[in-house]
Design a protein around this ligand. Structure first.
Ligand code: GLN
Length: 309
């Protein structure tokens, strides 16, 4: 039976609604701490261009670590498999900003979706071009994927990320000490802080993720953006590492590749089917949107879209 997807979206939204207000809004920077915890949006983008929505789907939010998926795709496109000399693809089982494994593992982060791995990936993406050109590539890519040139970096969030970025700088310098950063730490971090500060709505983010559901091809523009096997591998990494030490729980409950951000966004990919973006700012301890995960769990079940179905 083919599920009525509009209905699945509406139901997932309704089921998750009572959970609003649970979870903790990220408070390490003022611009995130002041976001209304009752915000909640759910957008499903399909390859034919249809978007099914519920709630606050047109309000931009800070995509934070969801950006790591896109910089990974861009770095793989630019560097190919040589990226894997700088970063691994194993789950870390630790917090997003943990430094401990780096010491015993030669400064090579476990995967590209923890902070250390994302910083190493962004560093490789720079590829000698400088920070401005790299930031421009990331923004241009997201604008083209979302079909919306208004997507921008929130300058206040970017400045706060840098001001409070001691821990991320530590990760950068630690990797530099092992010879695993190719550019100055401040250059890599300068790009990383800005990619985290990109603001997008659920509608834009769901649309932007479609190429990952469609073997690397943007179904709306028809462009083959990355090779099919790379899209498959990014999905594998999202499934195993997209929620840090909560990745097993998310796979258990939702059964789809996903990536969380501390702004409360989650991008979820249903291979061959579509791309889903949810946003609600209250977080679990692992930094995943609590309401968003409930909604995705229900949606994947109702649609029969768990990759294990
Ligand atoms: N999990 C996240 O979204 C963390 C992103 C945050 N900007 C950081 O680098 O710490």
């Amino acid at each position: 039976m083919i599920a009525d997807l509009a209905r699945c979206v509406a139901e997932a939204y309704e089921v998750a609604l009572p959970h609003r207000g649970k979870g903790k809004v990220a408070d390490y920077i003022p611009a995130l701490a002041t976001v209304d915890p009752n915000r909640f949006g759910f957008a499903l983008a399909l390859p034919d261009g249809t978007v099914h929505t519920a709630g606050d789907v047109d309000i931009p939010f800070s995509i934070q670590s969801v950006s790591k998926v896109f910089t990974l795709a861009l770095a793989l496109r630019r560097l190919g498999s040589s990226l894997w000399t700088s970063v691994g693809r194993e789950p870390s089982g630790s917090a997003f900003n943990s430094i401990v494994q780096l010491e015993s593992e030669n400064g090579i982060p476990r995967n590209p979706l923890i902070n250390a791995g994302a910083i190493a990936t962004t560093d490789r993406l720079i590829d000698g071009r400088g920070d401005e050109a790299t930031v421009a590539e990331i923004l241009d890519f997201l604008r083209a994927r979302a079909g919306d040139d208004s997507i921008a970096i929130d300058a206040e969030v970017a400045a706060s990320e840098s001001e409070t970025g001691a821990r991320n700088r530590s990760l950068g310098y630690f990797m530099k000490g092992f010879g695993n950063l190719h550019h100055p730490v401040e250059e890599a971090l300068g790009v990383y802080f800005r990619q985290c500060a990109i603001a997008m709505s659920c509608r834009q983010l769901a649309r932007a993720g479609l190429f990952l559901a469609m073997e690397g091809r943007d179904p709306i523009t028809g462009e083959q953006l990355i090779k099919p096997h790379r899209a498959r591998r990014i999905n594998a990494i999202m499934m195993l590492c997209g929620h840090y030490d909560n990745s097993g729980e998310f796979a258990f409950r939702v059964g789809l590749p996903g990536k969380s951000g501390v702004g409360g966004g989650i991008l979820c990919i249903a291979p061959g089917q579509g791309s889903i973006a949810v946003w609600s700012p209250g977080l679990t301890e692992a930094g995943t949107s609590l309401v968003g995960a409930v909604a995705l769990e229900h949606f994947a079940y109702a649609a029969g879209w768990s990759v294990f179905d």
